[in-house]
Design a protein around this ligand. Sequence first.
Ligand SMILES: O=P(O)(O)O[C@@H]1[C@@H](OP(=O)(O)O)[C@H](OP(=O)(O)O)[C@H](O)[C@H](OP(=O)(O)O)[C@H]1OP(=O)(O)O
Ligand SMILES: Nc1ncnc2c1ncn2[C@@H]1O[C@H](COP(=O)(O)OP(=O)(O)O)[C@@H](O)[C@H]1O
Ligand SMILES: [Mg+2]
Ligand SMILES: [Mg+2]
Length: 321
Amino acid sequence: MSSESSTRFSIGYAMPPKKLDSFIQPSFLDHAKSRGINLVPIDTTTKPLIEQGPFDCVIHKIYDEEWKKQLIEFSSKNPNVPIIDHPNAIEKLHNRISMLQVVKGLKFGYHSEMCCVPNQVVIEDSESMLSDPSVLLGLKFPVIAKPLAANASAKSHELSLVFDKDGLNGLKPPIVLQEFVNHGGVIFKVYVVGEYAQCVKRHSLPDISEEKLGTLRGRVPFSQISNQAYVIEEVEMPPMSFINDVANGLRLAMNLNLFNFDMIRDATAGNKYLVIDINYFPGYAKMPSYETVLTDFLLGILNRKPSEATSLELKECQESG
Ligand SMILES: O=P(O)(O)O[C@@H]1[C@@H](OP(=O)(O)O)[C@H](OP(=O)(O)O)[C@H](O)[C@H](OP(=O)(O)O)[C@H]1OP(=O)(O)O
Ligand SMILES: Nc1ncnc2c1ncn2[C@@H]1O[C@H](COP(=O)(O)OP(=O)(O)O)[C@@H](O)[C@H]1O
Ligand SMILES: [Mg+2]
Ligand SMILES: [Mg+2]
């Protein structure tokens, strides 16, 4: 393939080893290179970011405070270099309550489908959860117990399906208890890359009938059940116009470009969708054509006019205004 223009761009990337292994594939590096983009690793351990580069853009998935300080310092010295995305915006996804707050405020054009979140409560301490029934706010069992923190640790993906109050014994707050919604055993995973969205189907927990529920006790732990990309033919996809509106609504409301969200369809109401999880910088390498989608997005950012504010600048304006 020939380069689209003679200008070459340099994009710095910073991410943990697991992400480097999955995201930085030779097929992606080669494709980006053929279109004028050099992807350059950022040294996050031995050298400050401001001493590296020059970069035309920085992409990252590193969560500590030290990295955030480095990004802000880099951005103040290089105000025209886009940082994808702003650490404050990413931080909202590190808590399973704040991550879904944005869904409630979504506004978009007419669709016969609707989009909401399951009933949920946050439990800060074991004592209140076990002794005070009011903290459950009338939540209906079964519920899914999820660690409140969604901070990329293995622990943050250790979930449990809880069938009754006894099943809450031994859970370690802070946790979110979220009503389990029957959804036909399939989730829709929507990958968002700027204005682009792609929806794939993944296996999920099976439905639980009222009859079966009467026989189930306690809780069952599970983890990352929707991460394998199997083909699921028979389930109908949500309409693409609806997916695009939800994806765009979330992107604009969160001021984020690179994320995915997990959505289920309520088995008892075919037009009711529930967003259950939003992830920053997900496993894009599992998204078909990720090399071209990501390269198109990066070229779009790099070819923006300097007058178009970067993600970091935009957010700072919002915060100070
Ligand atoms: O590793 P992968 O490819 O399974 O990607 C994980 C994502 O899987 P998905 O693309 O949604 O199937 C995964 O999505 P889920 O939370 O499992 O829905 C997370 O985004 C995970 O990142 P983190 O551990 O939450 O920071 C992602 O892990 P990292 O690659 O960021 O470590
Ligand atoms: N409220 C819910 N109702 C039904 N299934 C759910 C619900 N919440 C989560 N799940 C199932 O559990 C999986 C993991 O939950 P999720 O919130 O996406 O956590 P993680 O961040 O570890 O992916 C989902 O992909 C889905 O299969
Ligand atoms: Mg998930
Ligand atoms: Mg997640």
